[in-house]
Design a protein around this ligand. Sequence first.
Ligand SMILES: N[C@@H](CCC(=O)N[C@@H](CS)C(=O)NCC(=O)O)C(=O)O
Length: 198
Amino acid sequence: VRIALGLKGLDYEHVTYDLRTDAHKVASYLAIAPHGLVPALETDEGIIIESAAILEWLEERFSAPPLLPDDAMGKAVVRSMAGIVACDIHPLNNLRVLKALRADLKAGQEAIEGWIDHWMKEGFGGLEALVARYGRGFAYGASPTLADCYLVPQVYAARRFGVDLEAFPAIRAAADRAGELGAVKAAHPDLQPDADRA
Ligand SMILES: N[C@@H](CCC(=O)N[C@@H](CS)C(=O)NCC(=O)O)C(=O)O
């Protein structure tokens, strides 16, 4: 969502919630986002939760620059790429799932790392084929789309977890190309107001 806001040149106030201290589970945040997950976007029209809904709203309200292709098939492909990350990879490796694996299923650190590695690679396998087919520098085509808004953070997470991305050259190239953009650089976790300072 930060990447899309930046690509569209939109100014926003950034309110952070530290997931490590369960700040997203307090009543004041649940009043904003009843599902207890970040992000949420507070707009003049109301509050929007769920990244896909936020991104589609931004696209509808602030059409320039467009983050979806013109044609219906192009839009479908970009949404397929986004869906692989949003539905097939990210939720399985989310904090609450990893916590449940540890607490309820008694998984140790090695098992958790194996789980993350498995589901990232499983999802990246399909995504790699799409990016290799449709990418022309970016994940889809020659300019950034919603697909890059999903791809960049997922590749960041993969690298943070030490997942070997050798088998996914198209994904790596697209994420690295997008990473050169000012809007993407500014959205990097290390540059956020709540980032741990070394
Ligand atoms: N489907 C939601 C997922 C949101 C989500 O899982 N956010 C993560 C941070 S990237 C979170 O809030 N995790 C907290 C937790 O797992 O307790 C979306 O796309 O917005």
